[in-house]
Design a protein around this ligand. Structure first.
Ligand SMILES: [Zn+2]
Length: 101
């Protein structure tokens, strides 16, 4: 599990699985004030695994308001039975580091 090509890809078992330039919908207030952030993924800053959830910190821009910045840990997929499954691209993603409060 790592980031390749200066943040352009997330690699799982040396297989390129998730790439930038996708549009993610985030239910997160850390990047901008929109109710849902329409995030254009520009760069993966870091990738990690929390249990079965693969998550990443992403640099990108909200196309609705133009704010850009780096997100918290956003789920990108799951490891299930040793294989990786990407989250539905239409799904609304919530940061996983929002502890209570
Ligand atoms: Zn926004």
């Amino acid at each position: 599990m790592r980031v390749l090509d200066d943040g352009a890809w997330i690699s799982v078992d040396d297989d390129r699985k998730v790439r930038v330039s996708e549009l993610w919908r985030l239910d997160a207030s850390d990047l901008c004030d929109c109710a849902l952030t329409d995030l254009v993924v520009e760069n993966f800053q870091a990738v990690g695994v929390d249990g079965s959830t693969v998550e990443a910190r992403v640099y990108g821009q909200c196309i609705a308001c133009g704010e850009d910045g780096t997100t918290g840990w956003i789920p990108v997929g799951r490891v299930h039975g040793g294989s990786f499954a990407e989250i539905d691209r239409d799904a609304v993603r919530r940061p996983t580091d929002c502890s209570d409060g």
